[in-house]
Design a protein around this ligand. Structure first.
Ligand SMILES: Cc1cc2nc3c(=O)[nH]c(=O)nc-3n(C[C@H](O)[C@H](O)[C@H](O)COP(=O)(O)OP(=O)(O)OC[C@H]3O[C@@H](n4cnc5c(N)ncnc54)[C@H](O)[C@@H]3O)c2cc1C
Length: 455
């Protein structure tokens, strides 16, 4: 269950730090500051903490227990060491589950296994030479010494250079288009380099991908982190939206919230950068506000289906068929067993898109009908009667668009006002967004804030 709102009234002294947003960036910053003995308050507009890694309840039919599940599928890679350090710090390392997973690809109406390097070398849609080229690109990524040399190259050009036209058309073009839509051609080689490097580094001895999860789901980790912040004297106020940054003579002095004003010596915004720009309206220069707004994001719609039967044995199915309207089919219960969800199977259908797109605007019922029809084309044995539950989740700021020279777009942690700090998903770079990097950014921002507070 979501953690209850704390009942203890806060005293009237100003806080050391007021943080907007209780996603992993805000929670990680709050934890670090509370550990260092600072009085910290986090305000979160949603009724639950966790942000994009937040959860909802599934199950509960026929008197069985309900289970929390991520609204948007989540796992960690072996390289996600910052979040592991956070987990270790709250004594919960034994709750991290490492599991080999099966990856596949749907291409030209067929399914292919792509879990191990051997699967890559035997990938039927490509001839031997192209299979070798596909394998080579992962090695080429590891040989890049400095990502800055890729900043002026598009992913398309870099991939074409390293693996040729046929591999690009079969494997990479559909993936880039699925993830970035009409922005695919702008995406920087830094983005694909980073993905290749991370996935290559997350393999077990047999070459298969090993991914990690938290016992009880990401919600259990969010709860534990919130509990630790509160144990250390910090406050986390849920269902309390920040409305404006309060400033006086060019110095940030707190947050106006739906529940009143909070005064603080420092303010940290972990909200999406365009939202932070809104919160700072009237307090900062037009140039600074425009810079925050300049970060472009795609939205995501995730349709979660609870099924009485499994679709396949694959956890992560990349969809490289332009006829199918989702970028991936993720059968979560091929990663976390179906027994955790009363024996039912959980499938996510994901699509990144601009919020104006039809699929984002559909009613939940229309979106589920649309997903079911698409799934039936992909898995002819699938029947609508298998469906025992469905949910549709949408998020506006889901994926920053990583274009050429992206480093120049990223604002520093220090904001334009004295005492103002900004740490958000759009500042993760050269890596792509992820809870691990949210934790890293939150901690780094906290270290800067602590230094400014005179530690
Ligand atoms: C489809 C999808 C799949 C993903 N899969 C993975 C994965 O497998 N592994 C992984 O590690 N990461 C994954 N991610 C990325 C990961 O979820 C994010 O990188 C991470 O959660 C970002 O954390 P954050 O705190 O920076 O931002 P957010 O989670 O966006 O948090 C910002 C918070 O600010 C709050 N907020 C907004 N406005 C206000 C306001 N006015 N006042 C107060 N609060 C406000 C929001 O409600 C939110 O809680 C995925 C993301 C998506 C969309």
């Amino acid at each position: 269950m979501p953690l209850p709102h704390p009942t203890m009234p806060s005293d009237s002294r100003p806080f050391d730090v007021a943080i907007a947003g209780a996603g992993f960036t805000g929670l990680s910053a709050a934890l670090e500051l509370a550990r260092r003995g600072h009085r910290v308050v986090v305000v979160e507009k949603d009724s639950e903490a966790g942000g994009l890694a937040g959860s909802f309840l599934v199950g509960g039919k026929n008197g069985e227990a309900q289970q929390r599940l991520e609204r948007f599928y989540h796992h960690w890679f072996a390289s996600d060491t910052d979040i592991l350090e956070l987990i270790r710090g709250i004594g919960l390392e034994s709750e991290v589950l490492h599991r080999p997973t099966r990856t596949g690809m749907y291409y030209a109406h067929k399914f292919f296994r792509l879990s191990t390097p051997l699967d890559v070398l035997r990938f039927p849609p490509l001839g031997l030479i192209d299979c070798l080229r596909l394998g080579w690109v992962a090695l080429a990524a590891r040989r890049v010494k400095d990502w800055r040399e890729l900043e002026s190259v598009t992913a398309r050009d870099w991939l074409l250079e390293h693996c040729g036209e046929r591999v690009y058309q079969v494997v990479w073009e559909p993936l880039l288009a699925g993830k970035f839509g009409r922005h695919a051609h702008q995406v920087s080689a830094v983005w694909i380099w980073n993905k290749l490097k991370l996935r290559g580094g997350s393999r077990g001895k047999a070459g298969q991908e090993v991914l990690s999860y938290f016992r009880g789901g990401f919600a259990a980790l969010v709860d534990a982190t919130v509990a630790e912040i509160r144990r250390l004297g910090g406050e986390v106020r849920l269902g309390c939206a920040a409305q404006k940054v309060l400033a006086h003579n060019g110095v940030a002095v707190g947050l106006a919230t739906a529940e009143g004003e909070i005064t603080a010596r420092r303010v940290l915004l972990t909200t999406p950068l365009p939202v932070s720009s809104d919160l700072l309206e009237g307090q900062c220069s037009a140039l600074y506000l425009a810079r925050l707004r300049d970060m472009q994001y795609l939205s995501n719609v995730c349709i979660v289906l609870e099924l009485s039967q499994s679709l396949s044995s694959i956890y992560w199915l990349n969809v490289n068929d332009p006829g199918f309207p989702f970028v991936a089919v993720i059968e979560h219960t091929n990663f976390e067993p179906a027994t955790s969800y009363g024996g039912r199977h959980i499938v996510y259908l994901s699509k990144y898109l601009p919020r104006e797109e039809h699929l984002y605007q559909m009613s939940d019922e229309e979106a589920v009908d649309f997903a079911v029809a698409a799934l039936k084309r992909m898995f002819p044995k699938f029947e609508r009667q298998w469906l025992t539950g469905s949910w549709v989740w949408r998020a506006d700021y889901s994926q920053p668009i990583v274009g050429l020279h992206h480093s120049q777009k990223i604002p520093p942690f220090e904001g334009e006002l004295k005492g103002l700090y900004v740490a958000a998903m759009g500042q993760v770079y050269p890596e792509d967004r992820g809870t691990n990097y949210a934790v890293r950014n939150g901690k780094q921002a906290a270290e800067k804030i602590a230094a400014g507070l005179g530690e």
